[in-house]
Design a protein around this ligand. Structure first.
Ligand code: ZN
Length: 236
């Protein structure tokens, strides 16, 4: 899948190579080799096959964003602009792409209800609709969380199960990825962010960096090897 992705979205690799050359600093961490931008191939190996196929067939575009150091990635229409900071929010932006281009109003309502948000725009009724009170941002963070096998963010307490079923229904994960999630995220599989401070923290920690991506890739590939071995055993 990685080759098909690089062919369809060449900027993914270009951006990473550019970061490497710069050896710049990002969010206070050295860029490379170990703690900076995730390698795009690690992210593509983590991505469930169902999501990869879905995105390759979608109208998604990936292009440079800004050009100034410190400019964040963003998604406008069907285009993800990857920032000069690297691909640490690539999965997050895929979340924005799906929300803006694919989810129906009914599905957005379903998501808001599942996580305990006030409605499809706001998490809390009484607060202004800024970045930390935004249902779409919440969804984008959770797409990143589920893909990187982290606990899922909720406004009100509740199970992870229905949220995972929703992510499966809209093509973000498949059954195999759901199993990896349960094997890695750790019970209770969700965390509650129900105040501005907690949401600010969840937002600040949403980025995925090299080390974590590498670790999750290894875990997923190990599970794939085990499953393939089991299938060979069964075939004999
Ligand atoms: Zn966002």
């Amino acid at each position: 899948m990685a080759e098909a992705f690089h062919k369809r979205f060449p900027f993914l690799r270009v951006n990473w190579m550019r970061q490497r050359k710069k050896g710049a600093w990002m969010l206070g961490e050295p860029m490379l080799p170990m703690s900076g931008a995730p390698h795009p191939n690690d992210l593509l190996a983590i991505m469930p096959a169902a999501l990869g196929d879905h995105l390759l067939k979608s109208g998604l575009e990936i292009m440079p964003s800004g050009g100034m150091a410190g400019v964040s990635s963003r998604t406008v229409g069907n285009a993800i602009g990857l920032s000069t900071l690297g691909a640490h929010d690539f999965f997050h932006e895929i979340g924005h792409f799906i929300w803006a281009n694919e989810l129906t109003p009914r599905q957005k309502k379903e998501y808001a209800k599942l996580v305990g948000a006030h409605n499809i725009r706001r998490l809390f009724e009484e607060k202004p609709n800024d970045r930390h009170n935004d249902t779409e941002e919440h969804f984008a963070r959770n797409v990143q969380n589920v893909l990187i096998l982290r606990k899922l963010e909720r406004v009100k307490p509740g199970p992870a199960k229905d949220l995972l079923a929703f992510m499966k229904k809209i093509g973000v994960i498949d059954e195999e990825h759901a199993r990896s999630f349960y094997a890695n995220a750790g019970a209770p599989f969700t965390f509650q962010a129900d105040s501005e401070d907690r949401i600010r923290a969840a937002d600040g920690e949403n980025g995925v960096f090299y080390r974590e991506a590498k670790k999750v890739r290894q875990l997923i590939e190990e599970r794939q090897r085990l499953r393939a071995a089991e299938e060979r055993m069964r075939a004999h």
